[in-house]
Design a protein around this ligand. Structure first.
Ligand code: GTP
Ligand code: MG
Length: 450
């Protein structure tokens, strides 16, 4: 039996900043050269990214320790140390990230391409060249690099699909996904064959939708029986619930009606699923007794206001009708649902502590940043607002927005800071504006005193 791996504890460590260098310029016949120690490089970040080709957390189950590279030390001759490489960890759509110690939800990663810096690399220490001042012309010291963030997070996968198939083990949920789509989940004549939800893409006329085959539910699932909680969690993100009822089971104490009630009771106990529309599928109609039973229970279920379909996942009978009914429900939901979640970049500078901020794409050409005051982004107290914005520019750049802002109200390439607003800053996307490139100076400007 495969391991159930849609929840995993990941131990992550961002790179440490490199130390600054204390060095004095040496040249023949010039015994007292100036300071020329370079700054340490920045440590690499650990970034999580939603990848459409990743569907499980299996990889992290196998390798739960992940570390980004450290920054290099500064060198004499004003050479700054190289920054450590970031590492980007691919996660499936719908991954919830929690702090393993506090249980606090850090982020809910939805939408292909959504990125989150889960551990930030340490800043490099300043070298003595950068520390020189009129008072102290040749400091004989440099600053140490900051350590990178180290933390344990829980990654939890909650399937994002239009439709969740729920039912007892062995009811034929995986068989139905396989019959409706190109997915090839494991199908077998024993309960709990499915441990990780299988996703299938179904086309019904104009409507294309996803169906998740949620692992089997048993009585008590809402209290955690069987693999209950693990499975019900997946139903949460689906807009429509389809009951798959086994009309051919010979297990004592079971029939399609009571199975329906048991599953409904579990959904009710789990909570917050009442608003999802339901559809009922009576499966295994290829078995003669099962067909008879389906005919008997159909009017009883219809009396409760449910749409009922008799099918056989094995012989493919009734599949067209049920896929079109599913498609119609999905389409109706999409009509009524708010617009899709925008692409989000979630940034968490460590200086902010708990008060994260988030950049949200509010339109094709605009982002909204919500969070705390920019002054607090950097620990250093004499940090100006402009510098704070410059810091954000660096973060944007690292996140793949290639050209970013330099300072408030100024343009550098593509993003303009319009100005402070309640709870954050508004950025406007202005790709046509021509302006000076940012980061013309050495990376040393990034090496804030730690
Ligand atoms: N005769 C008949 N057998 C079916 C039909 N659909 C599924 N089965 C059989 O029922 C058994 C269970 O099917 P699965 O699709 O694995 O059931 P499941 O609901 O995904 O089960 P779990 O993953 O354990 O929850 C397999 O032996 C299937 O071949 C059907 O329409 N007719
Ligand atoms: Mg299954």
């Amino acid at each position: 039996m495969a391991d159930f791996v849609d929840q995993v504890v990941l131990h992550i460590k961002a790179g440490d900043g490199g130390h600054g260098c204390a060095s004095v310029h040496r040249e023949k016949f010039k015994p007292l050269g100036g300071p020329d120690g370079g700054n340490g490089g920045r440590g690499g970040d650990v970034v999580l990214e939603v990848d459409p080709n990743t569907s499980t957390l299996l990889d992290y189950h196998r390798r739960p320790y992940r570390k980004a590279a450290n920054g290099k030390q500064g060198q004499g001759g004003n050479r700054d140390g190289a920054g450590g490489e970031d590492i980007v960890l691919s996660v499936p759509n719908g991954t919830v990230v929690k702090n393993a110690d506090s249980g606090e939800v850090l982020v809910d990663l939805i939408g292909v391409g959504t990125r989150y810096i889960v551990a930030q690399g340490g800043f490099g220490g300043l070298g003595n060249a950068a520390l020189a001042s009129t008072k102290r012309k040749a400091p004989g010291f440099a600053l140490l690099g900051e350590p990178g963030d180290a933390l344990d997070v829980v990654l939890e996968l909650k399937t994002v699909a239009d439709i969740a198939l729920v039912g007892f083990p062995n009811a034929g949920k995986s068989s139905l996904v396989a019959a409706l789509s190109a997915a090839r989940p494991k199908i077998a004549d024993y309960p709990f064959t499915t441990l990780i939800p299988n996703l299938g893409v179904v086309t019904a006329g104009e409507t294309v939708f996803t169906v998740a085959d949620v692992p089997g539910l048993i009585p008590g699932a809402s209290e955690g029986k069987g693999l209950g909680h693990e499975f019900l969690r997946h139903v949460e993100r689906c807009s429509t619930i389809v009951h798959v009822l086994d009309c051919a089971t010979l297990e004592p104490g079971r029939d399609p009606l009571s199975d329906f009630d048991v599953i409904e009771a579990e959904l009710a106990a789990y909570g917050a699923l009442d608003d999802r529309p339901r559809l009922v599928v009576l499966n295994k109609a290829d078995v003669p007794d099962a067909r008879e039973l389906a005919e008997i229970v159909t009017p009883m279920l219809e009396e409760r206001g449910l749409q009922v379909f008799t099918i056989s996942a094995a012989s493919h009978e009734g599949l067209r009708e049920v896929s079109f009914a599913m498609g119609a429900m999905v389409a109706a939901h999409r009509e009524s649902a708010p617009v899709e979640e925008p692409t989000r970049l979630v940034i968490r500078p460590k200086q902010l502590g708990a008060a994260d901020f988030e950049i949200r794409r509010t339109g094709e050409n605009s982002f909204q940043v919500t969070g705390d005051k920019p002054e607090r982004w950097i620990r250093q107290t004499d940090f100006t607002n402009d510098e704070a914005v410059g810091y954000l520019a660096d973060r944007l750049e690292r996140l793949g927005i290639e050209q970013a802002l330099t300072k408030q109200g100024a343009v550098a390439g593509a993003v303009v800071v319009i100005g402070p607003m309640e709870g954050g800053y508004v950025f406007d996307w202005a790709p046509t504006l021509n302006a000076e490139a940012h980061h013309s100076g050495p990376r040393g400007t990034d090496n804030r005193i730690g």
